[in-house]
Unconditional design. Structure first.
Length: 378
C-alpha cells in the first residue's frame, strides 16, 4: 500500500478508439501498458468528440454536449484529486483545439498541476497568422512541456513555444507475422494501400497511378484496405469498373490478424498522403514490421521514416505520374525491392517496437517529473 502512494499520480486526457486513428492507437498502447500502469497512478478521461471517422472534423450539437461532459469530468478530477502531471494529447487545429484550449484553461485556473502536451498532429504554424490565434496558442502552450513525434516537426510550434520539446517517435505493438519468405522470386509484385479512405490520404492518387500502369505488361496486384471516409468503398469499386482497372481487391477495413494477413501477402506499401495534419503514420510502421518497401510523400515526419532508394521512395504530393513511375521501377527492379524489404524489417526492430517506444516514453515522463520536483531523477 505504501508503494502505491509513492507512485506519481498522472491525469491522462486522451483520445481512445473508436474512432481508430494514429493518436488513439498510440494512446491505447500507453494506457494499457503494464510498465506504465505499474510505474504511475493514472486517471483517464477520454476527450474524443467523434465516434467514427466520418464525424472527424464535422461540427454537431452532440459534440457540444460531449465537450461539456468532458469539462465536468475534468473539473471533478482537478478539484478532488491531486495529480503531479496532466498529460494531454492536444489537437493542434480545428474545433477540437478550442475544446482542448478550454481544458487547459480549466486546469490552469483550478489547479497548479504541470501540463504535458503530446502532439500527434500539425498545422499550428498556419493557424497563428492572426494576432488573436497567436495569443491564444501562446497562452495554451505557456509553462507547459511538449512532446513531438520528430524533430522535423518543431518548426510547426517554434513561433509560440520557445523551449526545446521532447521528441518521441511512435511505436506499435509487436505482432508475430508468419512469412515463409519476404524474397520475391518472380515478376509479380503486390502493392497495398492501408489507411482510412480519405481523399487527402491519397487514395484517388493511388487509383490514378494504377490506371496509368494498366498498359504495363508486368504482373501487378493491388489491395485496398480501409474504412470509408470522404471516399467510399462503393465509389472506388465504381471507379475501377468505369476505368476497366483489373487486379485490384477492395477489402474494406481490416484489423488485427486480418490486417496483417494482407500485409503479409504484399510487397510494397503505398501512402501518397497530402493530408494537412499528417505527422507520423502508424501504417508505415506496420509496413516496416511486415517487411514491405514503402512509397509515400514529403509530408510531416515521413521523410524521417522513409529514405529515398534505401527503404522506399518519397514522391511529390498529389502526383500520380511520379507514384506510377516508382511503382513501375520496383516491379522492374526486384533485387532492389528485396533489399528494401529486408531493410525495413530491421528498421522496425531497431526503432519502432512497443518496448522501445514505452521505454523512451517513460524516460521522458520521468524527466518531466524530475524537473517539476527539482530532482535529478525520480
Amino acid at each position: 500500500m505504501q508503494k502505491n502512494k509513492l507512485k506519481p499520480k498522472i491525469l491522462f486526457l486522451v483520445q481512445l478508439p473508436p474512432p481508430v486513428h494514429g493518436s488513439s492507437l498510440v494512446n491505447k498502447i500507453i494506457v494499457n501498458n503494464e510498465n506504465v500502469k505499474s510505474r504511475y497512478d493514472i486517471d483517464i478521461i477520454e476527450i474524443q468528440l467523434a465516434k467514427n471517422m466520418e464525424d472527424l472534423g464535422n461540427f454537431s450539437l452532440m459534440k457540444i454536449v460531449n465537450a461539456f461532459i468532458i469539462f465536468f469530468k475534468l473539473l471533478k478530477n482537478v478539484v478532488l484529486k491531486k495529480h503531479e502531471l496532466a498529460y494531454l494529447t492536444i489537437s493542434p487545429v480545428g474545433f477540437a483545439f478550442y475544446k482542448d484550449a478550454i481544458l487547459v484553461f480549466l486546469i490552469k485556473i483550478f489547479s497548479s498541476v504541470k501540463i504535458v502536451f503530446h502532439i500527434h498532429g500539425k498545422g499550428i504554424k498556419n493557424e497563428i497568422k492572426s494576432n488573436f490565434k497567436r495569443k491564444l496558442y501562446s497562452f495554451v502552450f505557456k509553462n507547459t512541456e511538449v512532446i513531438q513525434l520528430a524533430e522535423i516537426l518543431y518548426c510547426d510550434i517554434k513561433d509560440i513555444y520557445h523551449r526545446k520539446p521532447y521528441f518521441l517517435p511512435n511505436g506499435i505493438i509487436n505482432t508475430n507475422i508468419k512469412k515463409e519468405s519476404s524474397i520475391i522470386k518472380n515478376d509479380s509484385v503486390t502493392f497495398i494501400y492501408l489507411s482510412n479512405l480519405m481523399e487527402e490520404k491519397g487514395i484517388l492518387v493511388f487509383l490514378k497511378s494504377i490506371k496509368l500502369l494498366q498498359s504495363f505488361k508486368k504482373n501487378l496486384r493491388v489491395y485496398v484496405v480501409g474504412s470509408s471516409a470522404d471516399i467510399t468503398i462503393n465509389y472506388i469499386n465504381d471507379y475501377l469498373k468505369e476505368n476497366k482497372i483489373k487486379n485490384v481487391k477492395v477489402l474494406g477495413p481490416k484489423y488485427g490478424e486480418d490486417k496483417y494477413f494482407y500485409l503479409n501477402k504484399s510487397d510494397v506499401f503505398i501512402l501518397p498522403t497530402y493530408y494537412k495534419n499528417e505527422c507520423f503514420p502508424l501504417t508505415i510502421l506496420e509496413a516496416f514490421q511486415a517487411g514491405l518497401a514503402v512509397i509515400s510523400t514529403n509530408n510531416g515526419a515521413i521523410p524521417d521514416m522513409v529514405k529515398n532508394n534505401i527503404n522506399g521512395f518519397i514522391v511529390p504530393q498529389n502526383d500520380s505520374d511520379a507514384l506510377a513511375e516508382k511503382m513501375k521501377y520496383l516491379i522492374e527492379n526486384v533485387a532492389i525491392l528485396n533489399k528494401m524489404k529486408v531493410k525495413n524489417k530491421l528498421e522496425y526492430s531497431e526503432k519502432y517496437t512497443e518496448d522501445i517506444f514505452i521505454e523512451n516514453y517513460i524516460k521522458i515522463i520521468d524527466q518531466i517529473l524530475a524537473k517539476k520536483n527539482g530532482n535529478n531523477k525520480i
